[in-house]
Design a binder for this molecule. Structure first.
Ligand code: ZN
Length: 326
């Protein structure tokens, strides 16, 4: 996309803020600083300082994209809710726009990650599911993020797989949604519940020691061959496969990607998920989709945020100045 303007991408995470100059699917002049979560102003100061640090080396950007682990009203760039960083209620697009004097575009980090993966794979239609503490997702249609009417859409993690399944651990009234079944939180809940009833098993001993079984402990137990832990991952894979079949039937993407921290244990559940999805998805769609792990390059968050800024500022020049957007 050689005609795209020069942009910066900002990836605001719970532990670090990364900023870089984004050129296509690559990031340069990267800087990283710990996220100051002590308050709203210190966090905003940190983001501003990171952008100024990169600008001083790479030049003044035409626009800046910002990915945050939060629900965003995309049209206004306002953060509606945010769990790990103190930005809930902040009109982030306006606040950073007046601090930096350039157009700002703000989106959910899962959307930015999906955009980066689409660029890396050079595909225009992609669905990505991010299995972490919660479950996020991004849908790229014809090269652009699909967000619904207000930018709150494509919450793939809150699609229900079991009508009367466990309550969702997220800020969600649903039961049996993908987040309630396939997230790190769900894995820990199920591993702990199983361990309680089996005090003489490996999981039971972990429970006796720590009062719970963490996700990484469940992964380690399964990798060591513990049958209880393996059964948990097989079940997680089955539920994930049911969900993948549904997403593939709805979107017919070229690629369906799995990312996030839980995906690092994909050898324990991805084949099961693929087999389950293959038995459920409409055959004509299934045979055309590629299901794989996200590349999740270290700077994918920065690249995705930069692509967001490039796409949005290039698409509609009336939106270049935030104050002129209606
Ligand atoms: Zn949910």
């Amino acid at each position: 996309m050689g005609s795209d303007p020069f942009v910066l991408g900002v990836d605001v995470g719970g532990t670090k803020v990364a900023v870089g100059a984004v050129y296509g699917a690559e990031a340069g002049e990267l800087v990283e600083h710990p996220t100051d979560t002590s308050g709203r102003e210190p966090l905003l100061d940190g983001i501003e300082a990171g952008v100024r640090e990169v600008s001083s080396k790479a030049g003044d950007p035409a626009a800046v994209g910002v990915g945050v682990p939060s629900q965003i009203e995309f049209a206004t760039g306002r953060v509606l809710s945010s769990v790990n960083i103190p930005l809930a209620g902040v009109p982030l697009r306006d606040v950073l726009g007046s601090r930096l004097g350039v157009p700002i575009y703000v989106d959910n980090d899962a959307n930015c990650a999906a955009l980066a993966e689409a660029e890396l794979l050079e595909v225009r239609n992609l669905v990505m599911l991010t299995l972490g503490t919660g479950v996020g997702g991004g849908v790229v249609i014809d090269g652009r993020i699909f967000r619904g009417t207000h930018g709150l859409g494509a919450e793939l993690g809150h699609f229900s797989v079991i009508a009367d399944g466990p309550p969702c651990p997220g800020n969600c009234p649903n039961r049996g949604c993908v987040e309630a079944l396939c997230s790190g939180t769900a894995l820990e809940r199920d591993a702990t519940a199983l361990a309680k009833g089996r005090p003489d098993s490996p999981l039971g001993r972990l429970y006796a020691e720590g009062g719970r079984v963490s996700g990484p402990e469940a992964v380690a137990a399964a990798q060591a061959g513990d049958v209880d832990a393996l059964r948990l991952f097989k079940r997680l894979g089955t539920w994930l496969g049911v969900a993948i079949a549904g997403y593939v039937n709805v979107f017919e993407p070229e690629h369906f990607l799995i990312g996030g921290g839980v995906s690092r244990a994909a050898d324990l559940f991805l084949e099961r998920a693929r087999a389950e999805a293959a038995s459920r998805a409409l055959p004509a769609l299934w045979e055309r989709v590629n299901v794989s792990l996200a590349r999740g390059a270290a700077d994918a968050g920065v690249i995705g945020a930069g692509l967001l800024a490039a796409h949005e500022s290039g698409r509609d020049t009336a939106q270049v100045k935030p104050e002129t957007a209606s």
